[in-house]
Write a protein that binds this ligand. Sequence first.
Ligand code: DC
Length: 230
Amino acid sequence: MKYNDYISVAIDGPSGAGKSTQAKRIAKEFGFIYADTGAIYRSLGLACYRQNVNCKDEVAVMAVLRDISIDLKYNTEGEQRMYLNGEDISAEIRLPEISICASDVSAHAMVREYLLKMQRDIADRNNIVMDGRDIGTVVLPEADIKIFLTASAEARAKRRLLELQANGIESDFDSVLEDMKYRDAQDSSRAAAPLKPAEDAVIVDTTDLDFEASFEVLFELITEVIKENS
Ligand code: DC
């Protein structure tokens, strides 16, 4: 049963598949709120990193999580900002070392359970496009449409490198590809809510599609769902 009258679009897929860029565009086009759930795990990863806590140690990570406040807010432009104990950490959580910590902390079942409500609460109050790894399978199993966005690891690493460079973060293709493969393997093989398409997800492979062509595919899919719901 659906929880509310709002439309929810779930986008899952591996890192670098273009989920956030596509989701932002969808949000703008349809007037939805965009929720980036990876940013929540990144915020916890940053908190552990700053405290020198081993991100693979579930008990230690939970102690950090219970002791901090992570807030997700929207600024006047509708852009999502992340706060750790009141400090805006939206830029810092994008650093490559924090990506690895985020993947490590997100593998813990207790962490995922703890952060579930926060994610569901956002979808409960808004028309939403939410991206992550388990949105269609766990967070919003009743989403109106579930999209699994993917692309080859090489194509994703290339895009991620450009994104990092655009944000002034230095890196190189080989280390981005290596990080990506590490995260792919860990995010897909963990026992707790592993990255996998929901049974009723539409799989969109963007390896050979540019941004506009990918967006068109998603636009058509979502327009169809909105028509069905109106
Ligand atoms: O989407 P991202 O790269 O910002 O996510 C960072 C990490 O968080 C990623 O390696 C996997 C994890 N994650 C998750 O396990 N579940 C989500 N819904 C979103 C992200």
